[in-house]
Design a protein around this ligand. Structure first.
Ligand SMILES: [Zn+2]
Length: 349
């Protein structure tokens, strides 16, 4: 398996972003990414996919019901060669139509902190959990986490200088929902993205570009494990990237706190081996192995409940219990323990 770093959510001036595709790809190259996927709101942009320098730029779409809801029920569409926004008002129809075309659907920022007053409750932003056959959810959205803080002027000014102080990890509500869905027998892929817009924030005359694309691309990324190294052939590489996403062969990493590249999570039982996203049949003992590129607080969860945790680089755990296993890693960064790496599950049946 070969690891590549991808950003799966960003915007251009076709919706509410500031920079066009070629410039976005240049910023991604500077941040050390191998691919980015532009997901403009309710518009699928054709004719721009391809390599720009060393970065593969792909386009998807972020669809919602434009007439009724602005902030809720945003659905990311990947690998679908058609404009899907006409289906925005009917989520199940949207998912079915994307599936029919061989594409994928992920719920964008499914929870967010209520941006009202001091209420720091986390509320669902995706409300249609009755739908079936979606591919996954965005477990961590960098821009949404930052924006959810409603701060007064001096703090806003300070926070825009040090935005990383406001970033602490995926919402517990999102992770709980993910565990609930996967424990119920479904395979649900988790991804994380910057949701980069390149826009500035502030109050009155005070404005600052808080997250230039390049900075955002150094933060929350999806690391994907592909079968062969990227070839430089856009069509071939696009197929490999979307296959890795569909299979859940990926993990989410907050690379600003420390590079997540090199993280491993696999499991073995009898002669069978599995990595993130895979199913593993139990044949006697199950050996789980997680390895981080540097030290952190590693937690192994089974069906959402911690079964092993330790501080260090390598966690090993042997069990006979089937279930859905995933790994979370936290590390100290800017004075606090913050989320770092979140694996996709291994489904031991
Ligand atoms: Zn959105």
């Amino acid at each position: 398996m070969f690891e590549i770093i991808v950003n799966t959510q960003l915007h251009t001036p076709y919706s509410d972003g500031r920079r066009y595709h070629a410039d976005v790809a240049k910023e991604a190259a500077r941040a050390g990414l191998q691919a980015v996927i532009a997901t403009d709101h309710n518009v699928r942009v054709f004719g721009v996919e391809g390599y720009y320098g060393g970065v593969l730029l792909l386009t998807g779409e972020e669809v919602h019901n434009r007439r009724k809801e602005s902030g809720n029920n945003h659905c990311l569409i990947y690998n679908c060669d058609e404009e899907m926004s006409p289906y925005g008002p009917t989520p199940q129809k949207l998912i079915d139509e994307v599936c029919r075309r061989g594409g994928m659907t992920f719920f964008s920022h499914p929870f967010r902190r209520e941006p009202r007053g001091r209420d720091d409750r986390v509320a669902p932003c995706w409300t249609r959990w009755d739908v079936r056959n979606f591919t996954g959810i965005e477990i961590w959205n960098h821009q949404t986490e930052y924006k959810s803080w409603r701060l007064n002027f001096p703090i806003t000014a300070f926070a825009s200088l040090f935005p990383s102080l406001l970033i602490s990890g995926p919402y517990r509500a999102t992770l709980r929902k993910w565990d609930e869905l996967t424990s119920g027998g479904r395979r649900i892929v988790g991804i994380g993205g910057s949701d980069a817009h390149g826009s500035s924030r502030g109050i009155g005359p005070y404005r600052r570009k808080v997250f230039p694309y390049e900075y955002a691309f150094r933060c929350v990324n999806t690391h994907m494990l592909i079968d062969e190294p990227l070839t430089g052939d856009a069509a071939k590489d696009k197929t490999m990237i979307y296959a890795a996403m569909q299979a859940g062969h990926c993990f989410v990493s907050y690379d600003l706190s420390a590079p997540g590249k090199g993280f491993i999570f696999n499991a073995q039982s009898g002669a069978d081996q599995a990595s993130m996203g895979d199913e593993l049949p139990r044949r006697g003992a199950i050996h789980l192995y997680a390895e981080c590129p540097s030290s952190g607080h590693i937690r192994l969860l089974r069906n959402g409940k911690p079964v092993a945790e330790m501080h260090g680089r390598i966690l090993r755990h042997t069990t006979t219990d089937t279930g859905v296993y995933r790994v979370e890693v936290y590390r100290r960064f800017r004075a606090l323990k913050r989320g770092w790496i979140f694996s996709n599950p291994i489904y031991v049946r």
